[in-house]
Design a protein around this ligand. Structure first.
Ligand code: SF4
Ligand code: SF4
Length: 103
């Protein structure tokens, strides 16, 4: 899934008359980060990752960041569902409780 971005210029409709008749924003555009309620966070070990793309394909929030040399998790968008850790064939992703020390 394509990594999401935040549209800071988005304006909520001020009244019912200003409501759009179609979608109010382009698909994939968010108005705020969505990770405030995450209980567990995935931690990716780049040394074990073979870049098979599986986590990137299945993450429901598009939170796998492939823009750098190694894959990383964008915690601004990750909701901590754990699907990536469950599906990773090399067990490169582990789930840690939020608040615990992470590397
Ligand atoms: S599923 Fe695992 S091995 Fe595959 S790209 Fe993601 S972290 Fe790397
Ligand atoms: S824990 Fe869920 S939301 Fe977060 S990166 Fe993994 S699959 Fe995506």
């Amino acid at each position: 899934m394509q990594k999401p971005s935040i549209n800071h210029s988005f304006q909520y409709p001020g009244s019912i008359g200003e409501m759009p008749s179609g979608p109010c924003a382009d698909a994939g555009v968010l108005v705020e980060a969505n990770a405030g309620w995450r209980v567990f966070r995935p931690v990716l070990d780049a040394a074990k990752c073979v870049k098979c793309l599986k986590c990137w394909l299945i993450c429901p929030d598009g939170a796998i960041d492939r823009s750098g040399k190694d894959y990383a998790i964008d915690y601004a968008f990750c909701k901590g569902c754990g699907i990536c850790a469950y599906e990773c064939p090399t067990k490169s992703i582990r789930m840690e409780k939020e608040g615990d020390d992470v590397e």
